[in-house]
Each structure stands twice: as C-alpha cells, then as structure tokens.
Design a binder for this molecule. Structure first.
Ligand code: SF4
Length: 485
C-alpha cells in the first residue's frame, strides 16, 4: 500500500518492499503469534506496524510507528490490549510526514453488516482516479493510503455479505495486491489476478494463517499449506477454508525482484527457495561474466548468496571483505555536515587485511541510483584492492515499479540514463556486468524463450508492465515517493 499525497524525500539508494502482512484465525494466542509473524516479516517494512484483533463483538486496534519489537515487545501494553483469537497485522515500509500515523495499517471501518479490517501489500495503479471519483461522490478519506480506496468501495457495494462487497471492490481496482481482511466471523485473503506480491497459507494447531512469506510461518512453528494463487480469494471461517476465483483469469506475473532482493532468503515463495535462487543467479553471473581475480566478496547482506554462487561457479575463494554493521537504524542522526561523507561507513566497513593488494569481484544485488555502489567501490579501493570488478545479481534496473516497491523516477536510475561503460566509469569499477534476463529466468528455473513457460513481472528491467497504470504515470510515481520519509 502506498500514500497518495504528502511531502517526500528519497533517502537512499536501495529499493524497498513496502509491506508485510500476517493473519491468524481461531488461536487463543492470536495477537502474540501475529507479533512474531510481523517480526519475521520486518524486512518488508520498518517504519510502522499495526495489529487488529477481534474479541467479544469488538475490534481492537494498535497501530504505531517503529519496529515490531519496539511496539509489541515483551511487557508491551499494546500487546496486552489485543485480546481475542482472531488477528491480522501489517508492517509498513515508510511514512509520509504528518500523515504518518493515520496511514498505519490495518485500516478499519464499520460497514453495513459489520466491521472490516484490511492489511494490504502492493500498490493500486488506479487509486488516484478512483479516489477522486469517491471524493466527488461525498466520501471522506481518513488517510492518504490507496488501501482506503478499497475500504470505501467495499462500504459502497450493494452486495451482501461482506466477502461479496470486498470482491466487488477488488473488481474495480487495478494494480498489485496481496491483502488480508478480518471481519467478525471471517479471515479473508486475496491476491490480484497476476499474483505480483506473495501470499501463503499455513496452519498452526488447526488455526489457519495467511502471511506474506513462509519465514513468518517458521517463526511460530506453523506448517506451510500452499501459496494463495493469483486471482484467488480464500475465505476462512470456523467451518473451514473456501477458495474462489472471482476475477478475470490471467497468467501469473510474480515479481521476480522478490527472488533477487525483497523476500527473506529462508522463505519459499511461489514454490522456490529464495536463497537457492539467489545462489543460482550468482552462478549464472559467473558463467556469463567471468573475470581474472583473487576473490569474490559480497556487499552484505543481500549480495551474500549470489557471491557464494559466483565463487562456487568460478572457483574463486569467497571472503567477507566488507563487514556490515547491523545496528544502523533509519533514524540515525548525522553528527554534522562536515563528516556526512562517512555515511556509507556507518553500514559497511572494509576488511583491509583481506583486501590489500587483491583483485576483487564485488557482488551486489542491484544498482539503483549508483551512488552507494560508487562509494563502496571507492571504499574497497581505499582498503588496498588492486582491481575492483563489479558484478550485479540482477539485470540493469531501468524503469520504476508501480506495484508496491518504492523506486525513484526512472530518470534517477543509473541504468536508465547510462550505458554499461559509462556506468562502470561512474561507479569507478574496473569492469561492470549484470546478469542477463535469460540468465535470471534460468536461475529461477524457467526458460524465458519458451512461450509456454511461466513469466514473471520484470518490468523494472524490461519496461513490460503486466498491469496497466491508469493513474497518470508521474502521479503514480509520486505515490511511491510519498512513502519515503
Ligand atoms: Fe517487482 Fe520490478 Fe515488477 Fe516492481 S516492476 S513488481 S519490483 S519486477
């Protein structure tokens, strides 16, 4: 889910997944388990978290800024209030200035026929058009989130019961969504017809669970049942689980970037283990772009599996030549203007004893603006490396994402503006190579040249957007930027 208005400022040179969702139905420890599930999904959103539970005819909501552990940790008063055996939760990536608190999910509303809480991962690509019409018709929005558009459309639907209202609303929206909704009697999961963002079904002691990734099941000892399918709506009640396919069917276009960077490496998404896929991308990269060198080093943490794959396929030793500080928060305060250029050192520090005099293959998952890559290459050179060959475990990121990942405008993307040699000069590398699109598909077990093989969304590399973007492109882009505090 993304914000639709607000001030914005891009703070970084990495792509960010926007949200993680978790829901559990019929377990006495529902809210505590949701806290743990959200904690496992923390990588999908670090700015805010919320949980809505249902108990004795009442929905209870706790939504706050901060990390899951800080909000709902041990002895937290917030967790104590969340009674009941049904709960859904949401991790939100980012916030937009003054509108931050009111955009924290799950969003909740009282409708004819009862209340509904919704937690959404993705981004709607016609939200602005729909919102403008709803406002014209008298709707009063409480937040700037595109998810609230779904709430208003659900509220206005003439269908009954509430599941049919929600499906009626989802038939009107375009874009990417994996969402979880809670009513007084039902837990509902829905994935857009292209299945861009992940959603899995699990079970713990007879209680069904919906979550963005399998790592959220692992943390609570739940069993993985299956992925929710593209275009599927699952309705969980005390009588069991029902499955519907109410939307026009499309071939799935799962986000291939989930394998490259967004999902946790210990998760399985769409039937593939993320760590194994990343390692195979590194192997492909070594086959496609070998280089004479002394060692392979990752930009930690996200470059590690691909670097292991590159090292295995090339026969070069793998070394931790850069050490990552795991205690750097987004709220870190720069000491003063004068030493701001040490920014990258807050997070990464070179291991001089390993790097001095060595020809290094440096592996990272992607290049966005290129400014961080440039600093890391310089840092490795300053630590004494004699050559730095940069290898990227994704094709060049040339286009913006409109489906739930914050990306800069495409003119700020290095690969959109420059060719390979110019990019290599810009980041200061002796050589630069990206994995090919065919190699990427091969690494995730598919043949891109085979028209009958599954396709992914790869629009940020190819510009081939599977879902239309009805909102004006510039404005749709703003919705991502508005998310970044
Ligand atoms: Fe994923 Fe890129 Fe498609 Fe966005 S545009 S859904 S990041 S593959």
């Amino acid at each position: 889910m993304t914000g639709l208005t607000g001030d914005f400022e891009l703070d970084g040179d990495t792509l960010h997944e926007e949200c993680g969702v978790f829901g559990i139905f019929g377990h006495p420890g529902a809210s505590a388990l949701t806290v743990l599930g959200l904690h496992a999904l923390q990588h999908r959103g670090q700015e805010a978290a919320g949980i809505v539970s249902y108990d004795k005819g009442q929905f209870i909501a706790e939504r706050h800024l901060g990390l899951v552990g800080d909000i709902f940790g041990k002895n937290s008063a917030h967790t104590a209030t969340l009674k009941g055996s049904f709960a859904i939760g949401h991790n939100r990536y980012s916030t937009a200035g003054g509108s931050a608190a009111r955009n924290i999910q799950p969003l909740f509303a009282d409708l004819t026929g009862g209340g509904i809480a919704i937690a959404h991962n993705g981004n709607l690509t016609n939200a602005r058009v729909l919102r403008a019409k709803l406002v014209q018709d008298g709707a009063i929005f409480q937040s700037t989130s595109d998810t609230e558009v779904i709430i208003h459309l659900t509220a206005r639907s003439s269908f009954v019961p509430v599941v049919d209202k929600l499906v009626d609303a989802l038939k009107q929206v375009e874009g990417a969504y994996s969402l979880i909704a809670l009513t007084s009697k039902k837990l509902i999961g829905a994935r857009d017809p292209w299945g861009v963002r992940p959603l899995v079904l699990g079970i713990l002691e007879g209680a069904p669970i919906l979550a963005s990734e399998t790592c959220a099941l692992d943390i609570i000892g739940a069993e993985f049942v299956r992925d929710v399918k593209p275009g599927e709506v699952v309705v969980i009640t005390k009588d069991g689980i029902e499955s519907y396919f109410p939307f026009q069917q499309h071939a799935g276009r799962f986000c291939v970037f989930e394998y490259i960077y967004f999902a946790r490496p210990d998760s399985n998404v769409e039937g593939r283990n993320v760590y194994a896929a990343r390692k195979r991308i590194g192997e492909q990269l070594a086959k496609e772009s070998p280089v004479a060198a002394d060692m392979v080093i990752p930009v930690p943490d996200s470059g590690v599996p691909a670097a292991l794959g590159y090292a295995a396929a090339s026969g070069l030793p793998f070394e931790f030549g850069i050490i990552r500080n795991h205690y750097v928060g987004r709220t870190f305060i720069e000491p003063s203007e004068g030493i701001r250029h040490f920014g990258v050192r807050r997070k990464h520090n070179p291991n001089r004893a390993i790097l001095a005099g060595k020809r290094v293959v440096l592996i990272d998952d992607s290049i966005v603006r290129g400014t961080t890559s440039k600093k890391i290459v310089q840092m490795v050179r300053d630590a004494g490396a004699s050559e730095v060959h940069f290898r990227v475990a994704s094709p060049p990121t040339k286009h913006s994402c409109f489906y739930g990942v914050d990306t800069p405008n495409e003119h700020a993307l290095l690969a959109h503006e420059m060719g390979l040699d110019e990019m290599a000069r810009f980041i200061g590398a002796d050589s630069l190579a990206f994995v090919s699109m065919d190699g990427l598909y091969r690494a995730v077990g598919e043949d891109r040249r085979d028209p009958s093989a599954p396709r992914f969304c790869d629009a940020c590399f190819s510009g081939d957007y599977p879902i239309r973007v009805t909102d004006p492109m510039e404005n749709a882009q703003l919705s991502f930027l508005a998310e970044v505090a």
